[in-house]
Design a protein around this ligand. Structure first.
Ligand SMILES: NC(=O)c1ccc[n+]([C@@H]2O[C@H](COP(=O)([O-])OP(=O)(O)OC[C@H]3O[C@@H](n4cnc5c(N)ncnc54)[C@H](OP(=O)(O)O)[C@@H]3O)[C@@H](O)[C@H]2O)c1
Length: 470
C-alpha cells in the first residue's frame, strides 16, 4: 500500500467525520484509534472511501504509513489526552514531522505546546474546528494557529475539506501559537450567547405568551427568512417542531432544563476579564447555563417564593422579540470582536479581523447572514466596535425599542432574561457620556487613597477626606 498523505489519531465523533471528509476530497488518510475495535468499526462503515483510508492498530504502524514529512492530526479530548498523545508520538517522529491539534484546546495549552515545539525545532499547529459532526464530515470552519509556513504546508488539505462561502474556503491562518484556538474559543463564547438569547426569546413565548413549542417553531422559521437568518435559528425552529417518539409530546417539553457545557464559554469569559475587554452577554450566557444546572436550588427557590411570583403574562409581540434578538445579537458579536481585537494586542497576534468574520460565514455553528455585513464592516476598520459602524448603529437604533420593551416586560413578569438584560446594560453603558464611575473613584480614594483624575484639570488628585481619617 502506498503511504498516506496525512495521518489522523482519534476516531471519535469528530475524528471519524474529519477522516471521511479528507478522503472524500481525494487525499489518503492513515487512521489510528486507541481502542482498536473502533478503528475496525470505522472501516466497516467507510464504504466507497475505503481505499483512501489506511487503518492502523499501532502508532508505529501509523507513522510508518504516512508520507514524509508527516502531518498528523490529533482529534482527542482537549487537555491531558493531547499531551499524552504528543508524548507517545514524538519518539516515533522525524524532526520535520508535524502534529496538528484539531480539538478544542485551551489556547494557553497551545501556546505552551507551540513554544515547546519551536524550541525543539519541530513544526506544530493548533487548529480550531467548528461545525459539529456534520461540519467535520461535509465542511467545517477552520481557524489555524502556529507558524505561517507550517500552516501553508497543510493549507491545501485544510482548505479543501473546509466549508465554502461563495466558493471561498472557510479556513484561515489566524496567527502564531494559540491564535487559532483563541479565535475558536471566542467563537464558542459567542455561540453560548447567541444560543442563550434565542432560548430567552423562546422562554418569553412559552411562559409569557403561552405559546406551544410548535408555534414557537413557526416564529423561528419566520425569523429565519429575515435579518436573523442563521444556522442556530434554523435548528431552533427544527427542535421546536419535533415530536418525542416515546410520548408524542413536543420534544422540547420532555427535555430537562439542565444545560451542559465543555468550558469554552467559560474560557471566553475568563480571557475577557484577563485582557479587560468585557463580554457581559457571553458571561450572562455562561452563568445561565450554570444556574440551569443548579436544578435543586432552583426547585427550592421556586417553592420558597411561590407566593411572591407575579402573573407571568407579558405584553410583547413576536415582532418585539425579533427586534430584541437582532439588537442583542449585534451586541454580543460586538463584544466578541472587541475581545479578539484586545487579545490580539495583548498576545502579539495580528488577528485578521475581517477574515475571522469570513471563516464564520459557513461551516460553523454561529454561521449567519449577519456575519457577511460584519466582515465588510471590519474590512473598513478592523478595530472599531461594531456598534459604532453606521450599518449596525442604524440596526441597533431601529431594534432597540424591542430589546428594551422585551427586557422590561419579561423582568416585570418574573421571567429570567439575563442575556437580554446584559445586552441592554452594555448598550446603556456604551452610550453614556457620563457614567457613575466618579462615585467609584471617590470611594476608592476615600478608603485607599488611590487618587482620581478631575474633569477640570490634569494630574492625580485626592478628595478633602484624605487626612481626616487616613
Ligand atoms: N463533538 C463536537 O461537536 C465537537 C466540535 C468541535 C470540536 N470538538 C473537539 O474535538 C475533540 C474530539 O471531540 P469528539 O467529540 O470527537 O470526542 P469523542 O467522540 O469523545 O472521541 C474522543 C476520541 O479520542 C480518543 N481518546 C480519548 N482519550 C484519549 C487518550 N487519553 N489518548 C488517546 N486517545 C484518546 C478516544 O479514543 P477511545 O475510542 O480509545 O476512547 C476517541 O477516539 C475535542 O477536543 C472536542 O472538544 C468537538
Amino acid at each position: 500500500m502506498s503511504k498516506a498523505d496525512i495521518g489522523l489519531v482519534g476516531l471519535g465523533t469528530m475524528g471519524a467525520m474529519l477522516a471521511l471528509n479528507i478522503a472524500d476530497n481525494g487525499y489518503s488518510v492513515a487512521v489510528y484509534n486507541r481502542t482498536t475495535s473502533k478503528t475496525d468499526s470505522f472501516m466497516d462503515q467507510a464504504g466507497e472511501l475505503t481505499d483512501r483510508l489506511h487503518p492502523h492498530h499501532s502508532l508505529d504502524a501509523l507513522v510508518a504509513g504516512i508520507e514524509s514529512p508527516r502531518n498528523i492530526i490529533l482529534m482527542v479530548p482537549a487537555g491531558e489526552a493531547v499531551d499524552a498523545q504528543i508524548a507517545q508520538l514524538l519518539p516515533l517522529l522525524d524532526p520535520d514531522d508535524m502534529i496538528i491539534d484539531a480539538g478544542n484546546a485551551n489556547f494557553h495549552d497551545t501556546q505552551r505546546r507551540a513554544a515547546e515545539a519551536q524550541a525543539a525545532g519541530r513544526p506544530y499547529l493548533g487548529i480550531g474546528v467548528s461545525g459539529g459532526a456534520e461540519g467535520a464530515r461535509f465542511g467545517p470552519s477552520i481557524m489555524g494557529g502556529g507558524q505561517r509556513g507550517d500552516w501553508d504546508r497543510v493549507a491545501p488539505i485544510l482548505e479543501a475539506i473546509s466549508a465554502k462561502y461563495e466558493g471561498l474556503p472557510c479556513a484561515t491562518w489566524m496567527g502564531e501559537g494559540g491564535a487559532g484556538h483563541f479565535v475558536k474559543t471566542v467563537h464558542n463564547g459567542i455561540e453560548y450567547a447567541d444560543m442563550q438569547l434565542i432560548a430567552e426569546s423562546y422562554g418569553v413565548m412559552r411562559d409569557g405568551l403561552g405559546m406551544t413549542a410548535a408555534a414557537c417553531g413557526d416564529v423561528f422559521s419566520g425569523w429565519n427568512e429575515g435579518l436573523l437568518k442563521s444556522y442556530l435559528i434554523e435548528i431552533s425552529a427544527n427542535v421546536s417542531k419535533a415530536t418525542d417518539p416515546l410520548t408524542d409530546l413536543p420534544m422540547l417539553d420532555v427535555i430537562l432544563d439542565r444545560a451542559g457545557q465543555k468550558g469554552t464559554g467559560r474560557w471566553t469569559a475568563i480571557e475577557s476579564q484577563m485582557v479587560g475587554a468585557p463580554v457581559p452577554v457571553i458571561e450572562a450566557a455562561v452563568a445561565a447555563r450554570n444556574l440551569s444546572a443548579a436544578r435543586e436550588l432552583r426547585l427550592a427557590g421556586a417553592a420558597a417564593f411561590a407566593d411572591v411570583k407575579t402573573d407571568r403574562a407579558v405584553d410583547v409581540t413576536p415582532q418585539d422579540l425579533e427586534q430584541a434578538l437582532i439588537a442583542g445579537k449585534i451586541m454580543c458579536y460586538a463584544q466578541g470582536f472587541a475581545l479578539l481585537s484586545k487579545a490580539g494586542e495583548e498576545y502579539g497576534w495580528s488577528l485578521p479581523m475581517p477574515d475571522i468574520a469570513k471563516v464564520w460565514r459557513e461551516g460553523c455553528i454561529i454561521r449567519s447572514a449577519m456575519l457577511n455585513d460584519m466582515a465588510t464592516a471590519l474590512e473598513e476598520d478592523a478595530n472599531r466596535n461594531l456598534v459604532l459602524v453606521p450599518h449596525f448603529r442604524n440596526l441597533i437604533a431601529a431594534n432597540l425599542p424591542g430589546l428594551r420593551k422585551t427586557t422590561i416586560a419579561a423582568q416585570s413578569a418574573g421571567l429570567a432574561v439575563p442575556a437580554f438584560s446584559s445586552a441592554i446594560a452594555y448598550f446603556d453603558m456604551l452610550s453614556s457620556a457620563r457614567t457613575t464611575a466618579n462615585m467609584l473613584q471617590a470611594q476608592r480614594d476615600y478608603f485607599g487613597a488611590h487618587g482620581f483624575e478631575r474633569v477640570d484639570r490634569d494630574g492625580d488628585h485626592h478628595g478633602p477626606w484624605l487626612g481626616q481619617h487616613l
